[in-house]
Design a protein around this ligand. Structure first.
Ligand SMILES: Nc1ncnc2c1ncn2[C@@H]1O[C@H](COP(=O)(O)OP(=O)(O)OP(=O)(O)O)[C@@H](O)[C@H]1O
Ligand SMILES: [Mg+2]
Length: 239
């Protein structure tokens, strides 16, 4: 088997007395979309934060393309090719959509303004933001903000995207467009870890699902098998 793009090995993280993650391990293959699922407080965002280098784990290892990146700060993981989105979008609200993308590209990829601009139409198209290029970010709807969050991550031209609930807060009819974008991202050869609560998004978008509950991995497999797993049903709906 080829070397995984991301390898998570025995990650543990406690916040004081709170066990956020306990010995979590799984791999992500190149070109794969892995769904990371679990009830509120399961530890999903904490795991993304550790992969992206917001803070180090207490123990365990993160490998990216075979290289041990455990504890690397976020600017370094970004330059190596990992981009993440936030559960609550974090754009520069006083800048236009276009300028938000420029900031991401220039600082994330360390390219010139001209080089960054060359890529922009493709990303606007992919994220379905072409009509909103000149809109001030503070004036965007929640759907457009989610799309911009995705576009900002794409502007860094990552090999691995960590998406934290990109579909949360969207209405049912708004979901297919985001789903289509995520699949297109995978078709570009990128790998994705998708944190999501909306089961429909999970089942339709991902190749494999990892479920964590109270910081521990309780299940891993193909979407249909995971959805019918009794430990998963119990974690979500009670015994
Ligand atoms: N910086 C922090 N300080 C203290 N406790 C934290 C911190 N970050 C997370 N936690 C705790 O760790 C646990 C896991 O939180 P996390 O945000 O990773 O869960 P989650 O699965 O992303 O939940 P949600 O679905 O609500 O987004 C929770 O009990 C949370 O309160
Ligand atoms: Mg979270």
């Amino acid at each position: 088997m080829n070397e995984p793009i991301l390898s998570i090995d025995g990650i543990t993280k406690h916040f004081g007395g709170i066990v956020a993650l306990e010995d979590v391990s799984f791999d992500v293959q190149r070109g794969e979309i892995v769904g990371l699922m679990g009830p509120n407080g399961a530890g999903k965002t904490t795991l993304l934060n550790i992969i992206a280098g917001e803070y180090p784990p207490d123990s365990g290892k993160i490998k990216f393309k075979g290289r041990d990146i455990t504890g690397y700060p976020s600017h370094k993981t970004c330059h190596l090719g990992i981009a993440r989105t936030y559960q609550i979008p974090q754009p520069f609200v006083t800048l236009s959509v276009r300028d938000n993308l420029l900031v991401s590209a220039i600082f994330g990829r360390q390219v010139s303004k001209a080089a960054a601009e060359l890529e922009h139409d493709r990303i606007f198209d992919l994220a379905d933001l072409s009509e909103k290029k000149d809109t001030l970010t503070g004036e965007l709807t929640s759907l457009a903000l989610k799309k911009l969050e995705l576009a900002r991550a794409l502007a860094r031209d990552p090999e691995l995207l960590l998406l934290d609930e990109v579909a949360a807060g969207l209405t049912e009819p708004e979901m297919p467009r985001i789903l289509a974008t995520i699949k297109e991202i995978r078709n570009m050869g990128k790998s994705v870890v998708l944190v999501e609560h909306v089961m429909k998004v999970m089942v339709n978008a991902v190749d494999r699902i990892v479920v964590i509950d109270k910081g521990m991995k309780i299940c891993e497999g193909k979407p249909e098998a995971v959805m019918n797993d009794c430990k998963v049903i119990e974690a979500y709906f009670g015994a």
